[in-house]
Design a binder for this molecule. Structure first.
Ligand code: NAP
Length: 301
């Protein structure tokens, strides 16, 4: 296999897969890199809402469909974590732990990961009651009470998913109003298994072998709540450690681009959740990918 490509796309989430497929279909030699499993954040979503137009409604099935189509179109998929990107003659060097690759243009589509609460017990009880995946781990909490933390789309959507399995879902939000889309707010308000608790911050996760309770600070004092599981959906942090420091970030660490989605380093583009200003929906990620693919293809002419 050659180590030199026209374009390297870093990340095989939906943004990266979309961009790689579009470029390959234009006859451009494209390679996509992934450190874990392709699909990114939607991999753990059983039912995408809204479902992608003309695609599979399940996250894993949708991503599988795309990676298969990309292989058919000629995308080289490389399962190695990228450790560094640096400007080099004629483009960029992309380094992994085991290899060094060259590309004329690079699209950063490395997405974001779920933020941690950072409270005592969170790391200790991971896999023993603390989970990030309602669809995968929900069945382990049949008829139990669990806590979901957060007030955005993810927290409300996943709280609803957990009610398929759990007796009760305590939805804990630090604020007094949700920032999630109104339809998700209506769903949790209408769901008799969900108990809304505003002005609540989790301070510690406690238990023995498994999670047994959480310590919650409320506007008026503290309380302990008996729960068997804790699912925190408190936002995302971008995966951008391998991008040169010379590329500016916003206050959340997301990469700054111009309106064409190119960073200040000519030939280095950023799309999807790693980019400052990307909306966060599947459609937003795919729109970014299409825009960048067109711009990169034009640059390579
Ligand atoms: P988000 O929109 O950033 O919301 C994070 C929530 O967590 C906020 O309510 C925030 O509270 C709370 N929070 C932040 N830090 C906290 C902390 N340390 N302790 C307690 N609570 C904390 O994150 P998200 O819900 O994961 O969504 C990320 C992006 O994906 C968004 O753009 C969203 O629209 C998109 N998304 C879309 C869909 C869909 O369309 N189906 C589904 C999921 C996600 P405050 O409100 O007080 O700041």
């Amino acid at each position: 296999m050659s180590n030199s490509f026209d374009v390297i796309i870093i990340g095989e989430g939906i943004a990266g897969l979309t961009a790689a497929g579009l470029l390959a279909k234009k006859g451009i030699r494209a390679a996509s890199f992934e450190q874990q499993l392709f699909g990114g954040l939607i991999l753990n979503v059983n039912e995408l809402d809204p479902a992608p137009a003309g695609g599979e409604a399940g996250g894993a099935a949708f991503a599988s469909e795309m990676i298969g189509a990309n292989a058919d179109a000629g995308v080289t998929s490389i399962q190695e974590p990228v450790s560094a990107v640096a400007a080099a003659e004629g483009g960029f060097t992309v380094k992994t732990e085991t290899g060094s690759y060259h590309a004329r243009q690079v699209i950063v589509a490395s997405g974001a990961k779920l933020k941690m609460l950072g409270v005592p017990g969170e790391a200790e009880f991971e896999g023993r009651g603390v989970s990030k995946c309602a669809d995968c781990d929900g069945p382990m909490f049949q008829n139990e009470t669990v806590a979901v933390v957060g007030g955005g789309d993810s927290a409300l959507q996943e709280a609803n998913v957990l009610t398929h399995y759990c007796a009760k879902v305590l939805l804990l939000h630090r604020g007094s109003a949700f920032r999630a889309q109104p339809r998700f707010v209506e769903q949790v308000q209408a769901n008799a298994k969900i108990e809304l608790r505003f002005g609540s911050r989790v301070e510690a996760i406690l238990g023995g072998q498994m999670v047994e309770k959480i310590l919650v600070k409320r506007t008026a004092g503290s309380e302990e709540l008996a729960v068997a599981g804790v699912f925190a959906y408190i936002g995302l942090e971008p995966n951008a450690a391998f991008v040169p420091d010379t590329v500016e970030r916003d206050a959340t660490g997301r990469l700054l681009t111009d309106v064409t989605l190119e960073t200040a380093l000519p030939g280095l583009w950023a799309i999807g959740a790693v980019r400052s200003g990307c909306g966060g929906s599947l459609e937003d990620a795919m729109r970014d990918a299409k825009q960048a693919a067109e711009a990169v293809a034009a640059r390579l002419k």
